[in-house]
Design a protein around this ligand. Structure first.
Ligand SMILES: [Zn+2]
Length: 238
C-alpha cells in the first residue's frame, strides 16, 4: 500500500524526514508519528474540521466557548484500537469537540450517532440505547478479531514477510502502551493493532504488538501493513 504524499519533493525542517521523487524517507524512527501528522495537515489543511466543516477559531456560536473549536486535533478514521494506522489516508484534522464525540467510532457510525434523536423522551432514549448496544457488539467482535477493523487492501499477507528490522533499548522499560496491549491480549486472546513496516521492512509502528504476538506464537494474528513508498534510512532504531 502507498500513502498519499502532498508533493514530489519536500525536506522536513527538523531533518527528521524528506520526500524525494514521491517517496518518503524517514531518517529518525521516533519521528514517524510527527511526520505522518505533518503530511496529513499538508494534504487536508489545518484550519477546517473534517466533520463539522467549521473553520476553526472563526465559527464559534455565541453559546459556545472557544475551548473545543479553536483546537485542531487529528482523528483516526479507523480507530487505532481496532488496527487503524497512523497514515494520512486514515487521518483527518478535526476540532476537539468532534474528536471527543467520535471517540473510537468509525466514520459511518459517528454519522449515525449524530443523527440520533437527542430528546429526553422514552422513545429517543430507547433509540440511543439500541444504538449503543449495537456498537458495543460490533466493537467486541473487532477486539476479538472476529471481524476486521480496517480495509483488507491495507494489509500485506504476513506469510510473505520473513523478517523485520527493529532494535531494542535494553535499559528502558516498555511502559504503559505495552501494558495496555498485554491486558487487551489477555482479555481477548487477540491484539487488533496493525504492525506498520517501511518498504525495506523496518518497524515503523507496532513493536509491542510483535513482542506480544511472538511470545504467544500466534502468528495467524499478525496484521501487517507495508508502506511501499516509505523508506527508513536512519541509523539508530526504535
Ligand atoms: Zn468539528
Amino acid at each position: 500500500m502507498k500513502i498519499p504524499l502532498p508533493c514530489k519533493d519536500y525536506v522536513f525542517p527538523d531533518g527528521s524526514a524528506e520526500i524525494r521523487d514521491w517517496v518518503l524517507y524517514i531518517h529518525k524512527p521516533k519521528a514517524v508519528k510527527d511526520v505522518m501528522y505533518k503530511i496529513t495537515y499538508m494534504i487536508y489543511g489545518n484550519d477546517e474540521c473534517y466533520y463539522c466543516h467549521r473553520k476553526l477559531k472563526e465559527h464559534i456560536e455565541p453559546n459556545e466557548t472557544d475551548k473545543y473549536f479553536s483546537k485542531m486535533t487529528i482523528d483516526h478514521l479507523y480507530s487505532q484500537e481496532f488496527g487503524g494506522l497512523t497514515i494520512p489516508q486514515n487521518m483527518r484534522p478535526c476540532c476537539e469537540r468532534c474528536n471527543l464525540r467520535k471517540g473510537n467510532l468509525f466514520e459511518d457510525e459517528f454519522e449515525e450517532k449524530k443523527r440520533l434523536p437527542t430528546g429526553s423522551d422514552e422513545e429517543s432514549r430507547l433509540i440511543r440505547a439500541n444504538f449503543d448496544m449495537k456498537i458495543k457488539k460490533i466493537q467486541e467482535n473487532r477486539r476479538m478479531g472476529l471481524s476486521l477493523g480496517i480495509p483488507e487492501e491495507w494489509l500485506t499477507p504476513a506469510k510473505s514477510i520473513k523478517r523485520v528490522h527493529c532494535s531494542l533499548w535494553l535499559f528502558e522499560g516498555f511502559g504503559a502502551e505495552y501494558r495496555k496491549q498485554k491486558n487487551m491480549q489477555q482479555k481477548n486472546k487477540y491484539i487488533a493493532r496493525t504492525i506498520m513496516l517501511s518498504s525495506n521492512f523496518y518497524v515503523l509502528d507496532g513493536f509491542y504488538t510483535i513482542m506480544l504476538t511472538k511470545m504467544d506464537r500466534r502468528f495467524e494474528d499478525y496484521k501487517i501493513s507495508v508502506l511501499d513508498n516509505v523508506v527508513y534510512d536512519g541509523d539508530e532504531l526504535m
